[in-house]
Design a protein around this ligand. Structure first.
Ligand code: MG
Length: 413
């Protein structure tokens, strides 16, 4: 029997800002910029969330909902420092640690009972250590699977510890909404509701064959998840077993170095599309886009930008990589171009309504595009400007062990 913890920092960005300005504590705080700026909310304090403010919402909307909120700029250096302290504590606690994001980690503590005590005691010990090292609140879920640990940490918030004893998994899960299963987004939730399935318990009592018939492999995985298992190829690797950088990328070397801006931008668009297609194949969303530029003398530059919201949509990646290119290309002939998506996550997180509408339109257009691509090959449909010159590309996938990401069917039907 395995024991996993899922450690999740509470309102991470806001809590870090509070360390630097304790007067913010308990108040509605919006991290991301001033209310009159064009950007979006990076994070909102629990007090601000009560007014409906959430991350990825335009700052101006946040201001309308909660005009008395305190708006502060984000400081990624501060977040990275705090995150590094958390990682240090986790690695001292268990050799098997996988960071799922800047403020979230899975750890495998199987067999550490002699060192740390039984699971609940161990979780409290770790909770205290993180608090002592960082001054930040965190929540820890503990259970026999990573799925369960993840759901538990969410239920434990804020600043709590929750352990589900072996054998109690199904009873704990039964009354929770299906949406609580990581990987179940709006679309799956809607299909499940249409079948009359609202709670995880409903899902657990359903015939597995029906789920498979309805959702394919994803249905089988869902059936396992409803039992609290890392089911259906979930979390194939060991915790801490794979420390590869998590990214999806395409790059191409030109047959002949070129400074033709039309060729360069068209190539970038094509590469971005290919990356976006693969993100959709894997059902992953990316927050960070990186451009790679290599000149004739082999000097190589990489420049990255973090998006306002996670995406798997061509146009977002195209726009971002093009902007990076325009800001960084020095006009000299280029030997190689690359586009990489990282900061991968298993769902798109919260997006503003406007964004959501735009995304929905793109998604339906793109799923049609992907269907045609699947049938006729990648070169059949392209949103990018026409390509000049031949095109050799290399692909790199280093996929994260995100809940639900791997067991989604690789290709849509
Ligand atoms: Mg968190």
């Amino acid at each position: 029997m395995k024991t996993f913890f899922h450690v999740d920092m509470d309102a991470f960005f806001v809590s870090v800002e509070e360390l630097y300005d304790p007067s913010l504590k308990g108040k509605p705080v919006v991290v991301g910029g001033r209310p009159d700026q064009r950007g979006v909310v990076s994070a909102a304090s629990y007090a601000a969330r009560r007014y409906g403010v959430h991350s990825a919402m335009p700052l101006r909307t946040a201001y309308k909902l909660c005009p008395h909120a305190i708006f502060v700029d984000g400081h990624s250096d501060r977040y990275r420092q705090s995150s590094a302290k958390v990682v240090e504590v986790l690695r001292a606690f268990s050799p098997q640690v996988s960071m799922a994001s800047i403020d979230e980690a899975y750890i495998d503590i199987t067999g550490s009972e002699r060192l740390h005590g039984p699971p609940l005691e161990a979780a409290h010990k770790l909770h205290e250590r993180i608090r002592a090292a960082t001054g930040l609140n965190n929540s820890i879920g503990a259970g026999t699977s990573r799925l369960l640990a993840k759901i538990c940490s969410d239920q434990a918030k804020p600043n709590g510890v929750l352990w589900i004893a072996p054998g109690m998994e199904a009873r704990f899960l039964a009354p929770l909404d299906v949406r609580k299963i990581p990987g179940v987004g709006k679309v799956t939730e809607k299909s499940l509701h249409a079948l009359g399935i609202r709670k995880i318990g409903d899902l657990a009592s359903l015939d597995t064959a029906l789920l498979e018939q309805r959702f394919g492999k994803w249905g089988l995985a869902l059936a396992g998840k409803a039992q609290g298992l890392d089911a259906g190829g979930w979390f194939d690797g060991e915790v801490g077993g794979d420390e590869e950088p998590k990214s999806v990328s395409h790059e191409t070397t030109f047959d002949k170095d070129t400074a033709d801006v039309v060729v360069l931008e068209a190539t970038l668009a094509k590469l971005s599309e290919m990356v976006a297609t693969r993100l959709r194949d894997y059902r992953l969303w990316s927050r960070t886009v990186q451009l790679k530029l290599r000149y004739s003398d082999f000097s190589t530059y990489t420049r990255a930008r973090t998006l306002d919201h996670a995406t798997q949509i061509d146009i977002d990646l195209i726009e971002c990589s093009r902007r990076l290119f325009q800001e960084n290309w020095n006009g000299r002939p280029v030997r190689l171009l690359g586009v990489q998506a990282s900061g991968l996550q298993g769902d798109e997180g919260q997006v503003s309504l406007l964004e959501e509408e735009k995304n929905q339109r793109w998604k339906s257009a793109l799923s049609a595009v992907d269907r045609i691509r699947d049938r006729f090959g990648a070169s059949s449909v392209s949103l990018a400007s026409s390509m000049k010159g031949s095109f050799r590309e290399r692909a790199h996938d280093a996929l994260p062990d995100i809940p639900g990401a791997k067991d989604h069917p690789k290709r849509r039907k």
